[in-house]
Design a protein around this ligand. Sequence first.
Ligand code: NAP
Length: 350
Amino acid sequence: MTARLPVVVLGATGVVGQRFLRRLAAHPRFEVAHVCASEKSAGKRLKEAATWRLGGEEWAGLGDRVVAACDPDRAFAPVAFSALDADVAREVEPRYAERGALVFSNASAFRMEPDVPLLIPEVNAPHLALVHEQRRRRGRRGAIVCNPNCTATVLASALAPLRDVFGVEAAAMTSLQAVSGAGYPGVASLDVLGNVVPFIRNEEAKVEEETPKMLGRLEGGRVAPHPLAVSAACLRVAVVDGHTEAVSARLVGAPSPAAVREAFAGWRPPPIASGLPSAPRRAVVLHDADDRPQPRLDAESDGGLATHVGRVRACALFGVKFVVLGHNAERGAAGASVLNAELALAEGLL
Ligand code: NAP
C-alpha cells in the first residue's frame, strides 16, 4: 500500500476548512497531520473551537485534534490546503511555500500572479508547470497553486469543451449564486429569503479576469490569456449550495445548438485529469430535460465535482446559450484544491 502524505489544513475551523477535513479524513493518498486556524482557536480541540456545519460524522472523526496557529515553524507538512481569507492567506501562504510546502489555496490573494497556476485539472492541467517557474523566480522550495473563484470555475469548466472543439470568442454570463458561497453565517436570511441580491462584491471582476487566465495556454513559462471577452453579472439567490449560470456564447464558426450539445456530450478531459482519485465519473454532464440542471437535484452528484450543463439552445445575440451548474463549495473550493493536489502528486511534484 502507498504511504499517505501528511497534510496541514489552514483555516480548518471554517466552512471550506470543514469540507477539506471531510474529504481528507478518508483520502487514499493524504493524511491530516495538522489542523490550523486563528490564535483564538489555537490550543483548543476542533470540536471546542467551532461548530460543525456539514452533514456526516461531526468533524469527520477529527474533532479531538488540537488546533495549531497557522505557523510553519509549529505545524508543517509538505502539502498545505488553505481555506484562509485572502488577507490572512497573503501573509501565511508564502511562509508555508518558502518552508517547502506545496500550498493549495482557495483564497484570491495570489490567483493573478503570473507565476501562480490558476488550476482546474480538466481545463488546464499543463498550467501546473508554472510551479517550476515560481520556485525559480522566487527562490522558494515550495509553491502556491490556486483554485479559481467558484463562479469562474463553473463558467470555465463549461467553456473548456467549447474552446477545445470550436474556439470561443465571447461569453456573457449571469449567475444565480448560493448563499454558502459567502461562508458562514454568510448573507443575512432577511436579505436573501424571498429576494434576489443583485451585487456580490468583487465577484464580477474575478470572473472576468480569471476566466481568460484559466482558458489560456502555457507558453514559454507564462500563461498567454485566452483572447475571449467575458461579461459577468453576479446575483445572490436563496439557494444553499450550487451556483447556476445562464451563459450566452459566441463560438468560432457559429455552430448549431445540436453541434454544441454533441460537443458537451462527447468531450472528455485529458486522461491525467480523469484518472485522479477524486475525479468525477463525468467532468461535464449534459442534461436533456428542459428543467435541468437544478442545484437541489444536481449540485451534490459525484461528490459535488461534476459540472452540469443543460438547456442548450440558439441565442439571437451570441449564437448559442445554455445553463451550467456547479457546487460552489466543492467544485469551487475544497474539492477543487484536493483535485489540484492529486494532479501534483500524479505529475511527480510531491
Ligand atoms: P470562514 O468560514 O470564515 O473560515 C475562515 C478560516 O480562517 C477559519 O478557520 C478561521 O479560524 C481562519 N482564520 C481567520 N483569521 C485568521 C488568522 N488571522 N490567522 C489564521 N487563521 C485565521 O471562511 P470560508 O467561507 O471557509 O472561506 C475560506 C476561503 O475560501 C476564503 O478565501 C474564501 O474566499 C474562499 N472560498 C470560499 C468558498 C465558499 O463557498 N465558502 C468558495 C470558494 C472560495 P477561526 O475559526 O479561528 O477564526
